[in-house]
Design a protein around this ligand. Structure first.
Ligand code: SF4
Length: 324
């Protein structure tokens, strides 16, 4: 049976508050508002990042296409080359081709993390070979001003298009950066945004828990869950540590690597909670206790901390409350 990370948090605060929350729905408006705001901002960032990737692709396409067409235009104007230059360009084109073949071979061999770098080199090398070969083929014909002009105009239009896309790319990238620094370190990415939408919840068969962390960031090869709290607190609270540990367990199961830590962000401070065995054992122990309490049909206060009762949302309905 799956137990939610949110229920584990309540249980860690006080088992009775978790039990009462099953019967009485108390909506904490401030918390919900804060989570909705975070979710909206992060979803917007993700959307804009998608657009930036789209622009990136088309800027490259138009810039390359414009370069090729411009070269074609020059080739039309130039006419027949001297024999030395013909040989010289054939050798250069072959070298580019050789380069491209080498990078093609490397792409199939390297780890996926390095693949993108080799793919870029492969693209540049093959484009170089194509441009030089095209130049050679066209320049073997007599000069043709009409075609040359047409090619240069087309190249100009594509360069303008690439520049317009580049302008949008820069504006969007700036917008993303200014918003993103609030949530993610510079070298990090937003990997997952938790929401109440269907299918967003993460479940772990291995640990028997489920939940939706506010978001998960990716730093290098690590996936780190982050939980935002609207409260103003100087030290991480025990029940929040239990909740973020449960999220670390979910992230570990989902991505196949244990996160080094989880982050709890309060209004005024944030804390990195190391993902340690002692916390993990406590989560699993608490899960067992919850299941036993469910079977028994009730739970009780397990503390003598009056401050807890004073700030508990269920104190009005609680038969064991210490706060009058
Ligand atoms: S009022 Fe106190 S005893 Fe009752 S549920 Fe809240 S924390 Fe637990």
């Amino acid at each position: 049976m799956f137990v939610s990370a949110g229920d584990l948090e309540k249980y860690a605060f006080c088992p009775l508050s978790w039990w009462l929350s099953r019967r009485h729905k108390i909506v904490e408006k401030q918390g919900i508002k804060h989570h909705k705001k975070v979710e909206k901002e992060l979803s917007t960032i993700k959307e804009k990042e998608k657009k930036v990737r789209f622009y990136e692709k088309y800027i490259l396409f138009f810039a390359l296409a414009a370069s090729i067409v411009a070269m074609v235009g020059v080739a039309f104007l130039y006419g027949k080359l001297e024999i030395f230059w013909e040989y010289f360009l054939v050798i250069i084109a072959l070298l580019w081709l050789l380069n491209a073949t080498f990078f093609l071979y490397r792409v199939s061999r390297v780890e996926s993390i390095l693949r993108a770098r080799y793919e870029k080199l492969l693209l540049v090398s093959s484009m170089g070979a194509i441009i030089i070969s095209t130049f050679l083929i066209i320049s073997s014909n007599p000069p043709d001003e009409k075609w040359s002009r047409f090619a240069e105009i087309l190249a100009l239009i594509w360069v303008i298009t690439a520049n317009m896309l580049f302008y949008r790319y820069v504006v969007l990238s700036d917008e993303i950066l200014s918003k993103k620094v609030k949530y993610v370190p510079l070298r990090g990415e937003i990997e997952y945004v938790g929401s109440n939408r269907k299918g967003e919840e993460i479940t772990s068969e291995k640990y028997g828990i489920r939940g939706t962390p506010d978001y998960v960031i990716k730093i290098d090869d690590d996936y780190i869950p982050v939980e935002e709290k609207s409260a103003d607190i100087k030290q991480p609270l025990f029940h929040h540590v239990i909740q973020i540990t449960a999220y670390c367990m979910l992230v570990e199961d989902r991505y196949g690597v244990p996160p080094p830590y989880g982050i709890i962000k309060y209004k005024n401070a944030q804390f990195k909670i190391p993902y340690e065995k002692r916390w993990k054992d406590m989560v699993l122990e608490m899960r067992e206790k919850m299941l036993r309490d469910m079977e028994r049909g009730g739970a009780h206060r397990n503390h003598n901390n009056i401050k807890k009762c004073r700030r508990c949302s269920y104190r009005e309905k609680c038969p064991e409350s210490m706060a009058s």
